[in-house]
Design a protein around this ligand. Structure first.
Ligand code: HEM
Length: 497
């Protein structure tokens, strides 16, 4: 633990509150876009094809960006109030750059009608478009600004940690593998942060190369780049971004859950081996997105299969086992924070399992580009990452006693969980019935049974979405009332103790 004075803690707390409020505003707005898409697929409203893809682009990019940014902001706060001083000014630079990037994207999509999806796959974003070229340019520039902000943030955190803990290999926990005595304990959150952010840096650089290529083509339309290379770059970026968002959140579960169970969760050899293996697998699992690309070299397809299966074992198994040993006979009081963490880990496991199923080449031949794909990533993002983030926000705003007693928030929480899994069940069910993903509606499908089942499931999803939105609003009231109050957080108590 570092010793911070109350003013330093206050500044970091103010920064994370700015982040939290931005998240609390952006998140339901992005859900409403999802609701509109499902209403259109259920043939309850008529958005028009163009508007559907505009909403899908903003929803996909917005959700992935906002969740990663909030996951990173939570890590920043915990690290800066416990382990190493981080510059608040740099934190605000990152925040305002991200805000600028998101504003640019919202303008390019909602007003410029940019609708190429987050992947801008060939022949998009330049050929066969229904939007003006300026909105393509603005989107590419806005995404570049986001990438720059994320890179500044993560380099600052990893550099500061590396200085504090005596070098990069120490951050990876390699000192635990030798026979020498450990001079300074490495908190698991520090190791997991490094193992999330370094692949993140590599992925953001790949994303930057992709964006620069697109920008060059924007300014010089006669240029043409290898489309398979572009697809590899963008899926490496997207897949890694989503993975590390989850891992950033897991970092704070390792740090915070022990405060509720009263048991230590320390770094040891097993944890180091498993998280270091994850570091490696994160980088290669993305190949499973390209199974259908027959021109992709065959060894990459095998690498995708092996890395996808392997990536599920070390970090997941070890974390699950860790959570169970934390909780078993621990006399924990089930306040909303540990509940969120437990159900979040469950969401991660269920979605992760569904992802591994889809990464099996033989299964992928059937499930590829069906609603099974949004099913699995909505499970670990909405049923995992979002619960971790909400758990963090309750931790930030409530004292331990308050979060235990807050019955209204718990009611909202259960509504949210039931709504989330009911909504996602309609995606799984659609996937198993070969309903394609990314269709604005299913009326063009010549098989009537598939068309009507797709539309029916989309209408059914509305019940879950409404339930989860009500649950979210109930929790919001509780968080917002407490967030404004001063000096009532467990974190301040812990840091001042
Ligand atoms: C209640 C909340 C949500 C609703 C109602 C919702 C709804 C939808 C719908 C209807 C689609 C289009 C599915 C298709 O036909 O392919 C979609 C796609 C997507 N959603 Fe969500 N979603 C929600 C939450 C989230 C969250 C938390 C994330 C976080 C990453 C997310 C990320 C995405 C992405 C990346 C896509 C794919 C976009 C694309 O293919 O370009 N969504 N969502």
């Amino acid at each position: 633990m570092i010793q911070l004075n109350p003013a330093e803690i206050k500044n970091q707390r103010r920064l994370v509150i700015v982040w939290s409020i931005t998240f609390l505003i952006a998140f339901p707005l992005l859900i409403v876009l999802g609701l509109l898409m499902r209403l259109n697929q259920g043939e309850e409203i008529k958005l028009g094809i163009d508007t559907f893809y505009v909403l899908m682009t903003l929803h996909g990019l917005g959700m992935a960006g906002v969740l990663y940014s909030m996951a990173f902001a939570g890590l920043w706060y915990l690290i800066s109030t416990r382990y190493v001083r981080l510059s608040v000014a740099t934190g605000y630079v990152v925040y305002f750059l991200i805000l600028a990037g998101v504003t640019g994207l919202a303008y390019a999509t909602l007003l410029g009608k940019f609708g190429a999806g987050w992947y801008l796959l060939y022949p998009l974003p330049f050929k066969g478009t229904f939007w003006p070229t300026w909105s393509t340019g603005l989107s590419i520039i806005s995404l570049t600004v986001l990438g720059v902000a994320w890179i500044i943030g993560l380099v600052h955190v990893v550099y500061a940690l590396s200085k504090e803990f005596g070098g990069f290999t120490n951050l990876l926990g390699w000192q635990y593998l030798g026979k020498k005595e450990i001079k300074r304990e490495l908190p698991p959150i520090v190791m997991i942060t490094t193992i999330s952010l370094i692949p993140g840096l590599i992925a953001f650089l790949a994303g930057a190369v992709f964006l620069i290529m697109n920008l060059m083509q924007y300014f010089e339309p006669t240029l043409a780049f290898d489309t398979l290379l572009l697809k590899n770059l963008v899926f490496f970026f997207g897949h890694t971004l989503v993975n590390i968002t989850l891992y950033c959140c897991l970092g704070w579960v390792y740090a915070l859950l022990p405060e509720f169970t009263g048991r230590e969760w320390k770094t040891n050899k097993v944890l180091v081996y498993s998280w270091n293996a994850t570091f490696f697998f994160i980088l290669f699992a993305y190949f499973h997105h390209l199974y259908m690309d027959f021109v992709q070299p065959l060894p990459f397809q095998y690498a995708g299969q092996i890395a996808s299966f392997s990536s599920a074992i070390p970090a997941t198994a070890i974390t699950m086992f860790g959570v169970i040993t934390q909780l078993y006979h621990s006399k924990i009081k089930w306040g909303i924070v540990p509940l969120m963490f437990l159900l979040g880990v469950a969401g991660w496991a269920i979605g992760g399992f569904a992802a591994v199923v889809d990464s099996t080449i033989a299964v992928n031949a059937v499930l590829h580009n069906t609603l099974w794909v949004p099913a699995h990533f909505h499970t670990y993002m909405l049923g995992g990452v979002v619960l971790f983030i909400l758990g963090f926000l309750f931790y930030l705003s409530h004292t331990k006693e308050e979060q235990e007693k807050d019955k209204t928030a718990k009611f909202g929480f259960w509504l949210f969980v039931i709504g989330t899994h009911s909504f996602i069940a309609t995606f799984y069910s659609g996937g198993l019935r070969s309903i394609p993903r990314r269709y604005n509606d299913y009326s063009g499908i010549p098989i009537e049974a598939t068309h009507s089942m797709g539309a029916f499931l989309a209408r059914l999803a509305l019940i879950g979405i409404i339930l989860l939105l009500i649950g979210l609003m109930v929790m919001y009231i509780s968080i917002l009332i407490k967030l404004g109050k001063k000096n009532n957080t467990t974190v301040i108590q812990a840091a001042e103790a």
